[in-house]
Ligand binder design. Structure first.
Ligand SMILES: Cc1ncc(COP(=O)(O)O)c(C=O)c1O
Length: 473
């Protein structure tokens, strides 16, 4: 009997895929089997241009020799060292290298394994920091509508994306939210930072008046909100948040899981915008997405408040089995070296104007209602299909994949964030393909695709028989 239950290795049913339309996927699987530079190879042997650096993480592109070699060498030398009460040299070396490129004021590094864990860590440090300084009443956390801070309970509590919150109960108590900064009526088709919306930061004064500053531990925001669909900070907004948090003794946390490591054309968003937070959360580009790793950067003021009491006592009761894992540290060091050697942060800044012109050339495409960009990021907002939110963008994602391009969608927004090694020819290909995807939907079609009831070219190739649950690789 047990043998009967054993699925074939290529059966698709057992793996419950994250943030995926599982049933749709398993009817028409999209599998990557290799990657190099700017491209993925699919299971059916096609090349797909990576318009999203994987999931905003492979900033140096794929299969980078230095990183591959560092991981192999580290695994052969020291595979694991206990993270608590023990150390290994590369954890210290990477921390120092990170501080070397970190924004002004950042002096310490706490390792995690993901962006979600970095967020939980930063929120916990914020609350514990006030307590360590005798302000134990400061426990309230302030996030922002449409914010994305990962998927753990702290992160979804301060986060502001409704589908990530509404299924999961009461979440953390003592959390409030600033308004989001998306003002399409005023800022549509802005290049770079929008003109309007700095005053939205003043809402923090309202929350202070409502709750009392002495109850608020921290404000956490993404300096550029990525996962909600690419929202740039309005001019002056982050500066105002900094002013108000400082005035009321509230810590300011920048979640730079996406904006870290060159995405905006500078090492970090804090550097890019010239605003100094108290903590920065990182992950993704830290190891080029190759090995799970995250980190929280803190100022000396945050760190030093914990360094009290007897020497033999643990100062912060927090950490993970894999905090500072040797192979992750080796990957991190090789990644930072690759960024440095190839000047990738500067490169992103240099090619950004070409990227900007290319994305805004799609302005006249059907259903495009907004385009926004900065560094090597762009968001293309589509008019939702009436009564079927998210479907238009999802269809564009599928069509783009058919045409050899990987994009990411969130709601009805296409989000683009290619590896920083992207060349002009790739940019032309990327936006040429997206134009085709949009134009295809304008053409009158003979025969409608039964999936959506919209004009849509029928194509062979992608669709598998709906009852298949086997990977065809
Ligand atoms: C700003 C931000 N914070 C946190 C996270 C969560 O990171 P992870 O998926 O590694 O937990 C993400 C992921 O996209 C993110 O964009």
């Amino acid at each position: 009997m047990a043998l009967d239950r054993k699925p074939a290795p290529n059966d698709l049913r057992a793996f419950w895929m994250p943030f995926t339309a599982n049933r749709q996927f398993k009817q028409a699987p999209r599998l990557f089997v290799a990657a190099e530079g700017m491209h993925y190879t699919t299971h059916d042997g096609r090349q797909v241009l990576d318009g999203t650096a994987g999931l905003w993480c492979c900033n140096a592109g794929h299969k980078r020799p230095r990183i591959v070699e560092a991981i192999a060498a580290q695994a052969a030398e020291l595979d694991y060292a206990p993270a608590f009460q023990m150390g290994h040299p590369k954890a210290f070396e990477l921390a120092n290298r990170l501080i070397g490129i970190a924004p002004e004021g950042m002096e310490h590094v706490f390792y995690t394994n993901s962006g979600s864990e970095s967020v939980e860590t930063a929120l916990k440090i914020a609350i514990a920091w006030h307590r360590a300084r005798g302000e134990g009443s400061r426990t309230r956390l302030i996030g922002r509508e449409r914010g994305y801070h990962g998927v753990n309970f702290g992160g979804i509590s301060v986060g502001g994306i409704v589908n990530n919150r509404r299924h999961f109960g009461a979440l953390l108590t003592g959390v409030d939210h600033l308004p989001h900064t998306h003002l399409p009526g005023k800022n549509a088709f802005t290049r770079g930072q929008p003109e309007h919306g700095a005053e939205l930061a003043d809402d923090l004064e309202r929350l202070v008046a409502l709750h009392g500053a002495e109850t608020i531990a921290a404000v956490i925001v993404e300096p550029m909100a990525g996962s909600t669909g690419v929202l740039m900070p309005p001019k002056g907004y982050l500066e105002r948040l900094r002013e108000i948090t400082t005035k009321h003794g509230i810590l300011l946390i920048f979640d730079e899981v996406i904006t870290g490591f060159g995405r905006l054309g500078s090492s970090f968003a804090a550097t890019h915008f010239g605003v100094q937070p108290d903590m920065i959360t990182l992950a993704k580009g830290l190891t080029n997405g190759v090995i799970p790793m995250g980190a929280v950067l803190t100022t000396a003021a945050v760190h030093d408040a914990f360094m009290q009491g007897p020497d033999h006592m643990i100062e912060l009761f927090h950490g993970y089995t894999y905090s500072g894992n040797p192979i992750a540290c080796a990957a991190g060091l090789a990644t930072l070296e690759t960024y440095r050697e190839e000047g990738l942060f500067e490169r992103a800044g240099e090619i950004a104007p070409y990227w900007e012109d290319a994305v805004h050339s799609l302005r006249d495409c059907p259903h495009v209602i907004d385009i926004r960009n900065m560094g090597l990021i762009a968001g293309i907002e589509l008019e939702p299909i009436a009564g079927q939110p998210t479907k238009r963008a999802f269809q564009a994602f599928l069509d783009a994949y058919d045409k050899g391009l990987l994009v990411r969608t969130t709601g009805d927004i296409i989000a683009l964030s290619p590896p920083l090694i992207i060349e002009k020819a790739h940019i032309d290909q990327l936006f040429g393909t997206l134009r085709e995807v949009h134009e295809d939907r304008r053409r009158p079609i003979v025969g409608l695709d039964p999936r959506d009831g919209e004009d849509r070219p029928r194509r062979g190739g992608r669709q598998q028989p709906p009852d298949t649950h086997r990977c065809r690789c």
